[in-house]
Design a protein around this ligand. Structure first.
Ligand code: TXA
Ligand code: MG
Length: 347
C-alpha cells in the first residue's frame, strides 16, 4: 500500500482547513488508517464507528485484539456522546486537564462505537488531545478517532514521524508529519467508573496533579509495583523493548560500569542508557543519553527515541540508570520496567 506523507506546520491558524489535513481526514472517512502527532506520542487513527476501520489497526500493529483503544475527540462536550454517564470527579478532571494527556475510562453508551474499540468491555477510554494537528484532524474528519500509539506492537511508542515511518510504512494510508511530540510518554489512564478513581497507567498528568483536583485516587496493582520498588526479576512480558535485553540498575555509575566491564569481558557489546549528568562516567560500546535527571520531563520527552537508538547497533545487552519514582518519574519507571521485562539489578 502507498503510504502518503503530509507535512504540516503545527502552528498556522485554522489548520483544519489546510489541504493536507483535509486529505488525511478524507482517508479516515474512507475507513483507512492515518497516523498523526499528539502531544504525547504519535497515534494510529481510525474511524471509531467502523468495525472494518478499527480491525485494520489491530492488523497493522500486530496488536492482540483484547487490548482496547482510546477514543480521541476534539471537543470536551463530545464525551457525552459516547459515555453513558460522566461522574462529578470525571467532570472536574475534564475541566482541568482537557485538552491534554489524560484518558478517562467511563461506562460506554451502547451501539455507537465499534465493539472492536472497547474490545467488548462495557467501558471506553476517552481523551481530548492538545496537539493542534490531532485536534484539526479529528475536527476535519467529523468522527471520533480510535487511536493506539502508532508503533508495531511491543516496540517503543513513536515520538517522531521517522519512528512511525520505520514501523508502519506501506501498511497504512498515510502519516501526518508534525515533527517531534512533546510529553514523550503516553497519556495517564484513569478509571472513573467506580467511587474512587484508579490510575491504570501513569503518564503525562501526574498522580499529584490529579489528587490536587479530586482528592485521593488509587493506583492499579501493576502501577503500584513501580512506586513500591519491586524486586521481581525476569517477568516475561516486555513492551517498549529495544532489540537487545535491557537491565535496570539501581546503583551508582561506578557500579553500572563494573557490570559493563564484566559483560565486555565475556565478549559482549554493551549499551548504556544514561543522563547528561552521568554520561561521562561510562566507557561502553554504545552510550545513549535520554535527558537531564534534574529535569525528568526531558527524560520523558526523549525516552522512546533513546530506546530506539540502541537498535541496529549490534549490541548484546543494555544497562540503564533508574529514576526517582515521583511525579513524571512514575511513568518513566513504569515504561523502563516494561522495556526491561522487569529485570532489575540492585547494587
Ligand atoms: O497518549 C496516549 O494515550 C496515546 C496517544 C496516541 O493518544 N495512545 C495510547 O494508546 O497510548 P494505546 O492503545 O497504546 O494505549 C491505550 C491504553 C492501553 O493500556 C489500554 O489497555 C487502555 O489504554 N485502555 C483503553 N481503553 C480501556 C478501557 N475501556 N478499560 C481499561 N483500559 C483501557
Ligand atoms: Mg501503545
Amino acid at each position: 500500500m502507498l503510504t502518503k506523507i503530509w507535512k504540516v506546520d503545527n502552528y498556522v491558524e485554522n489548520l483544519y482547513t489546510y489541504p493536507q489535513i483535509k486529505e488525511a481526514a478524507n482517508e479516515l472517512r474512507k475507513n483507512e488508517l492515518v497516523a498523526f502527532p499528539t502531544e504525547t506520542v504519535y497515534g494510529l487513527g481510525a474511524n471509531a464507528h467502523s468495525d472494518h476501520a478499527v480491525q485494520k489497526i489491530y492488523r497493522a500493529k500486530g496488536r492482540p485484539s483484547d487490548n482496547p483503544l482510546i477514543v480521541h475527540i476534539s471537543k470536551k462536550e463530545d464525551v457525552d456522546k459516547y459515555a453513558l454517564e460522566v461522574p462529578e470527579k470525571a467532570r472536574k478532571l475534564i475541566e482541568q486537564f482537557w485538552p491534554g494527556p489524560l484518558t478517562i475510562i467511563l461506562n460506554v453508551k451502547q451501539g455507537l462505537l465499534s465493539t472492536y474499540v472497547t474490545a467488548g468491555l462495557p467501558t471506553v477510554g476517552i481523551r481530548m488531545p492538545s496537539h493542534p494537528v490531532a485536534l484539526a484532524l479529528i475536527e476535519a474528519s467529523g468522527l471520533p478517532i480510535a487511536a493506539p500509539s502508532a508503533n508495531l506492537s511491543g516496540k517503543p511508542s513513536p515520538t517522531t514521524f521517522q519512528h512511525v515511518n520505520n514501523d508502519l510504512h506501506g501498511k497504512i494510508a498515510g502519516i501526518v508529519d508534525g515533527g517531534e511530540t512533546g510529553v514523550g510518554v503516553e497519556s495517564t489512564v484513569i478509571d472513573c467508573t467506580e467511587g474512587t478513581p484508579v490510575i491504570l497507567r501513569p503518564g503525562g498528568v501526574t498522580r499529584e496533579e490529579i489528587e490536587n483536583i479530586i482528592g485521593p485516587v488509587a493506583m492499579d496493582k501493576q502501577v503500584k509495583e513501580v512506586v513500591d520498588q519491586p524486586k521481581s526479576p525476569g517477568m516475561k512480558y516486555t513492551h517498549y523493548a529495544p532489540d537487545a535485553p535491557m537491565y535496570l540498575v539501581e546503583g551508582s555509575p561506578t557500579y553500572i560500569q563494573q557490570l559493563v566491564n564484566n559483560s565486555r569481558n565475556q565478549g559482549k557489546r554493551v549499551g548504556v542508557l544514561t543522563t547528561d549528568e552521568q554520561k561521562n562516567y561510562y566507557k561502553a560500546d554504545v552510550i545513549v543519553c535520554c535527558g537531564k535527571r534534574d529535569h525528568l520531563s526531558t527524560v520523558a520527552h526523549n525516552l522512546y527515541s533513546a530506546l530506539r537508538q540502541f537498535n541496529d547497533k549490534k549490541i548484546n545487552i543494555i544497562y540503564s540508570e533508574t529514576f526517582p519514582r515521583e511525579g513524571i518519574g512514575v511513568a518513566i519507571m513504569n515504561r523502563l520496567l516494561k522495556a526491561a521485562g522487569h529485570r532489575v539489578i540492585k547494587e
